[in-house]
Design a protein around this ligand. Structure first.
Ligand code: DAH
Length: 340
């Protein structure tokens, strides 16, 4: 039995020595010292021995067991320490290394321009509302007094989704939505995306942005329109800016006008930006057509109003001297980051 114990000790020592990780050590502990181990079997069998043999064998077995236990425990410590070292090495941080610079994004120039425009109108007491990009044909054309045969209704100009729905071609349908749910006085602007079947070139894009404006109250006149747009031009482009109303036609306004801005580049003398005229067209406007007011159940005998609509890309191109509208949509960071 003694021989057996010595053999076991030797074998245990060899296996413990070879163990490369804590898991192996644990299986060796179970194998040599656990309840079902050879050692437990030997200790259990000792009852059959004579008194003297039991004492001798007990001593020997205990010493082998203690020996194995202590070798296992020091090997465990060793392995734990080695594991800790590897972990420390892996997770080492060099605090003297320079940090990684965080790359901050920038606002898109169209967002910046919309914010500039809305800030100007907010300062004049306008509130901001929004309408959906998918609109009814009714809101986009019919309710805005557009003739049944108006060319803008053509499939070649408008993205139709069904007979009833389309991608709005202008922000003007927000006028109808507003007067149908709000009583005068009304003083709102509405920025948003619009869509037309245009092939992209330097000045056209099938998707673009507009800001619509609508003011309705008793006694609103064209002088209020001119005064509002003049103030907008000065706050947006600078004190030098003058505006000029030129007669035009829109179905939803009567009278209608286009607004020209005195050229900020040459001051009116004529240059390449204003194509020699000294003036640059910036928006469409007019007095809200009585038919539109009626459509929203507003009495045109009592109330009058003005409306305007401007292209955000066009304003941004003028303000920041950008000569190709496509630059806005290419997401070239060299272009976008110029607006930081
Ligand atoms: N909706 C017009 C367009 O897209 C712009 C416009 C003109 C809006 C006159 C208006 C307006 O509100 O009164 O060309």
């Amino acid at each position: 039995m003694k021989e057996e114990l010595n053999k076991m000790l030797q074998q245990a020592m060899e296996e413990i020595e070879k163990a490369g990780d804590l898991e192996v050590i644990e299986t060796l502990r179970v194998k040599y010292l656990g309840k079902k181990s050879k050692m437990s079997e030997i200790l259990r069998g000792m009852g059959k021995l004579s008194h003297e043999d039991r004492r001798l064998m007990g001593e020997a077995a205990n010493s082998v067991r203690d020996n194995i236990a202590s070798v296992i425990s020091s090997k465990k410590k060793l392995l734990k320490e080695a594991e800790r070292k590897i972990k420390m090495q892996r997770e080492k941080i060099d605090v003297t290394q320079p940090g990684k610079a965080m790359h901050l994004g920038t606002k898109h120039p169209i967002t910046i321009t919309i914010e500039e425009i809305t800030d100007v109108f907010k300062s004049m007491g306008f509130s901001i509302c929004e309408g959906p990009e998918i609109e009814t044909v009714y809101n986009n054309f019919d309710a805005l007094n557009a003739d049944k045969h108006h060319p803008a209704r053509a499939m070649t100009d408008t993205f139709y989704l069904t007979e009833e729905y389309l991608l709005r071609t202008q922000t003007s349908p927000v006028q109808i939505r507003t007067i149908k749910k709000q009583k005068p006085p009304i003083k709102i602007i509405s920025p948003g995306r619009c869509f037309r079947c245009d092939t992209a070139d330097a000045t056209h894009s099938p998707m673009f942005h507009q800001v619509e404006g609508l003011v309705i109250d008793e006694g609103i006149t064209m002088a209020d329109l001119k005064g509002t747009l003049n103030r907008f031009a000065k706050l947006m482009f600078g004190e030098f800016a003058k505006t000029k109303l030129r007669p035009h036609h829109f179905p939803f306004t009567e009278p209608s006008a286009e607004v020209d801005l005195s050229c900020f580049k040459c001051g009116g003398e004529g240059c390449s930006v204003c194509k020699g005229s000294g003036w640059i067209e910036i928006l469409g406007c007019g007095m809200v057509h009585p038919n539109v007011l009626k459509e929203g159940n507003i009495d045109p005998e009592k109330y009058t109003g003005f409306a305007f609509g401007m292209g955000v890309e066009r304003i941004a191109m003028l303000k920041y001297e950008i000569d190709d509208i496509r630059l806005f949509y290419e997401n070239d960071m060299r272009f976008i980051e110029e607006f930081k």
